[in-house]
Design a protein around this ligand. Structure first.
Ligand code: PRP
Length: 211
């Protein structure tokens, strides 16, 4: 068999948009990939192997070379802090990483910050010269300020609906987030022709060029 690219896709929210971008780019994607329970799928043209991973694990597969390419949110990349090449912003999965809390809670009163992104939260408050305790939560982070676990959260805001329905507001925006294509450093050198071809095709679609 000729050389193949292994691509780690993030299961969940961004999968549908990722697949439709790839199809638009003329990349051969298995028909049933978003409905199947299979975790490893071959592309119909056999040029690529797709693995379906939890987003938080995608940088790990790529750094260790188990996957050549990963498609994952910038939030996950910043939190993971892995040594990868970031090749392209796909412009999907757009949202913002923000510091949020109750509207009346003053910044001077902040001692505890809850987040699914402890590294991003810690760096943000350290850069501001603020000493806070960062508490890791797995999800539904908006609960924390409502029940007195923390005065602030660091979390993703997409539509703002979760905040609004829970009486919370954005106090600061940390960074804009979107889905990125990353590569293993060794694969980037050894499989440069395959990777270049894929990135060129995706870039044209992202830029809105007609293929
Ligand atoms: C994410 C994020 C917010 C919400 C933001 O949570 O952590 O809670 O979406 O979206 P919105 O601004 O459109 O309301 P997710 O649904 O992934 O679940 P989680 O809270 O369990 O992490």
């Amino acid at each position: 068999m000729s050389e193949q690219l292994t691509i780690a896709l993030s299961k969940g929210r961004i999968l549908k948009d990722t697949l439709s971008l790839m199809r638009d780019a003329g990349i051969s994607v298995p028909e049933d990939i978003d409905e199947s329970r299979k975790l490893i799928l071959q592309s119909p043209d056999m040029k690529m192997k797709f693995i379906l991973a939890k987003p938080v694990d995608v940088p790990t597969y790529v750094e260790y070379g188990a996957a050549d390419i990963g498609i994952v949110g910038k939030d996950v990349l910043l939190e993971a802090g892995r040594d990868l090449y970031e090749l392209l912003d796909l412009g999907i999965g757009k949202c913002r990483m923000c510091v949020c809390g109750l509207p009346e809670e003053k910044e001077s009163a902040v001692t505890r910050v809850a987040s699914k992104y402890p590294r991003i939260a810690t760096n943000h408050f350290r850069n501001k010269g603020r000493q806070v305790e960062v508490i890791f939560l797995n999800g539904s982070v908006e609960l924390a300020p409502l029940i007195g676990l923390a005065e602030r959260i660091v979390d993703l805001v997409e539509t703002g609906r979760t905040l609004k329905e829970n009486g919370l507001v954005i106090h600061e925006e940390i960074i804009q987030i979107s889905t990125r294509v990353v590569a293993n450093r060794m694969s980037f050198r050894l499989k440069s022709a395959l990777i270049d071809d894929m990135i060129t095709r995706l870039r044209q679609v992202v830029k809105g060029d007609v293929l």
